[in-house]
Design a protein around this ligand. Sequence first.
Ligand code: NAD
Length: 496
Amino acid sequence: MTASVQPELLTSFDPATGKALTTYRVDDEDAVRAAVATARAAAAMWSELSFAARRKHLLRWSSLLVAKSAELCDLIHIETGKPRGDAFLELLLALEHTAWAAKNAARVLRPRSVRTGALMANFSAAVEQRPLGVVGVIGPWNYPLYTPNGSIAYALAAGNTVVFKPSEHTTGVGNLLAATFAQANPELPEGIFTTVNGYGATGAALVASGVDKIAFTGSTATGKRIMAAAADTLTPVLLECGGKDAVIIAADADLPAAADAVAFGATSNSGQTCIGVERVYVLRPVAEQFLAELTAVLADVRPGIGAAAAYGPMTLPGQLAVVRRHVEDALAHGGTLVLGGPESIKPPYVEPVVLVDVDESSAAVCEETFGPIITVRTVDSIDEAVRLANNSGYGLGSAVFSRRHGRAIARRLRVGATSVNSVAGFAAIPALPFGGVGDSGIGRIHGDAGLLEFSRAHSIAVQRFSLPGAELLSYRRSERTLRLLSTVVRLVHGRR
Ligand code: NAD
C-alpha cells in the first residue's frame, strides 16, 4: 500500500508490510503561505549572519544528526524499505555535503573584484553574491535525506531560509530533519528551515507562494509542471529530474570490477535511483565474459527486509507494474533473458533481471524503469557505444569502464556527470556539481555551482574619479573623445 488520500490527512505506510505508520495533517495553501511568511521574516536575520556563524549552526545540526543516526536510519528504512546500511550511507553522504557547503560558502560567495578593462579604467568593479531569500525545496522519496539535502544545506549555507515539502511517502524523514535543525540551534528564530507536509497540491502551493526559488527533485513529468507553474510568477527553478543512465564497458575494462559496479549501480535501492545503471553498452570482444561476471555477481543479490537482504521492496506498489511492462515489452522486442524474468517480480520485491540485445526503441531502453532491471547491448565500437548512450532524452549520470581511455570516452557523453571505473562516484564528492541535461533537468546542486544556484550576482561598479571631457556615459561626452575612441576601436577590435 502507499500513501492514501484522506481529506486534510496524509498517512505513510511501510512498503514491506503495507502497515500504516503515521498520519500527518496536510498543509493547504494558507498554511504554506504562513510558513513562507515565517521563513521570510527569519531570512532577514539569517542572511545577515557571517558565513562563519552559519557554518557553526549547520555543523551543530550535523552533530545532532550523528547523535540521532539510529533513529534517523530506522525512519528512512521503515518509510522507504531500504536496508539500514543504505540509510546510513545516505546520512554519511549528506553529512559530507553539509560540511562542504558550510565550509566553502565563504570562499565561493565572497565579494570579488573584477578587471574593468581600459575603457572603464576610472572605475573599480566587484561582484557580490547575495542570498535569494526563501528557497522552496520539493523532494522525492527514493533518497529522502541525501537528495533534498543537496539543496537544503547549500541554500542555508548561502544565507537563504528554506521551506521543504518532503515527498508524501517520506514525510517523517523530512520533518525529523527540520526538527533536528531547530533543536540543534535553539537560539535561532523560527523559520530558518521548516517543512510543509502534503501531496502534490502542497508542493504546487509552495511553487505559487512567492518563494525566491524552487529547488525540485523528482520525476521529469512533475518537473515540467512545476516549471510551467513557476512561469506565472517568474520564480526561478532548479530541476533535478529522472535519468536513464548508461554504462560503457570498453575492451580494456577490468571486467570483474565493472560487473561488480554495474550490479550494485543497477540493483541497490531496488534500482530506484535517479543515477542508477539502466543500460549497458559492452564491446564485443569482452561481452561474453562481462555477462558471465555480471550474472555471477547478481546470482547472490537478493531483495528482502532482513539484515541479509541486498536491497528492499519497491517503495511504491505502482512501480511494480512499470517494471513488469518494461520486462514484457523488452521480451516482445527481441530481448533475451540471461537472468530472471517476469517471474522475478514478487510483490513487493523484484529480483534482479538482466536482458540482452533489447530493441533500442523499447520501453526498457527508452523510459526510466526505476527497478533492478539491466539491459546489456553488445556493440562493435566505442563510437557506437557513445552514439547509443547519447540517444536518450535524459542525460543525468553515466559511467565508463576502461583502463586507458576512460576520460576520453567520458568527455563524449551528453550528461551532467560521469564516473570512470566506478558507478556514481561523482555523487559522493561534494565539490562536484550534480545535475542533468535535457529531460534530466536544469541547474546544479553540490559544489561551487550548487552554492551559486542559491545566490544572485550583484554587480557593483564604482567610479573612482571622473575624466572631464572624456566621459562616455554623459551628455558632456566630446566629439574629440569619440574620434579618439574610433581610432582605438580600429586598433583593438578591427585588425583581424
Ligand atoms: P514525483 O515527481 O512524483 O514527486 C516529487 C515531489 O514532487 C513530491 O514531493 C511530490 O509531492 C511533489 N509534487 C507532485 N506534483 C507536484 C506539483 N504539481 N507541484 C509541486 N510539487 C509536486 O517524484 P518521486 O516519485 O517522488 O521521485 C522519483 C523521481 O525522482 C524519479 O524520476 C527519479 O529519477 C527522480 N530523482 C531525481 C534525482 C536527481 O537528482 N536528478 C534524485 C532523486 C530522484
